[in-house]
Design a protein around this ligand. Sequence first.
Ligand code: 13P
Ligand code: SF4
Length: 306
Amino acid sequence: MDNDHQHQLIAEIKDLRKEKNAIILAHYYQPGEIQDIADFVGDSLQLAQKAAATDADVIVFCGVHFMAESAAILSPDKIVLLPEVDAGCPMADMVDAESLREEKAKFPGVKVVCYVNSSAEVKAESDICCTSSNAQKVVESLSDQEILFVPDENLGRYVAAKTNRKISYWPGFCPTHHRLKKEDVLKRRAENPLAEVLVHPECREEVWQEADYVGSTAGIIKYAESSPNKEFFIGTECGILHELQKRCPDKNFYMASDDMQCPNMKKTSLLKVRNALRDLSPQIKVPEDIRQKAIGALERMLMVSK
Ligand code: 13P
Ligand code: SF4
């Protein structure tokens, strides 16, 4: 897209945003030009908190389906738009409500902790949600019951290690983070032993055990900002580099692997955001019966994270 066309789209987005009383929310994994036009950029928890609290009439969610769906659950009176309706999360698709019900039936009394990367139907079957930034706090908020953690096994194992709790895992994973291997990290460390390795807990256990810091996207950014170090290897989706470079222009960030792009997060474009605002479509809606059952798990998570 040439520069004139890009400027024209940005101007139209700004006008439409005002006209429709809309807020544009973007995840750190979104393309740089989308993060730049957003009213708020954040990690999954910050975005859910923002979506629950906004007084805008329209929420344009620049992220993936489960994020927009959570906004629709939390703010049923708002119009929630997902500029690219096919932007899904393969990990969220690794668990469905029927299989979860079958698993719960095998463990009477089990508490289901559900990563927000899941469908509304799965949230409706869960006791409490979590994100990567509050998973430890959420698990610690539960008394001594047995826990079933869905769908991210890597995050579940990380939380179990941090809390010493007995947790059963669902065999789900994020294809983008799961591609990073221990040998990739060791290779980077050999190239630059002074750089710190910062990774997301969606990475394999063998990876987060090798890291200097493990945290959500917002956690990684905060850590990099406050560290006296100048060089970092980053083990999460590559879109985070945009915010890291903006906030820390005097520091150098390198990906821990060149293969960490989430194709779904990259489906949003300025054209799709403009069209979504102009047409108020595609809207994400959750059937009221499912919404009623799912909202408790999200609200309990937000209470724990206050
Ligand atoms: P956070 O936003 O919690 O860092 O999670 C990353 C992610 O994979 C979102 O899809
Ligand atoms: Fe899903 Fe992974 Fe993409 Fe996040 S980065 S949306 S968890 S596939």
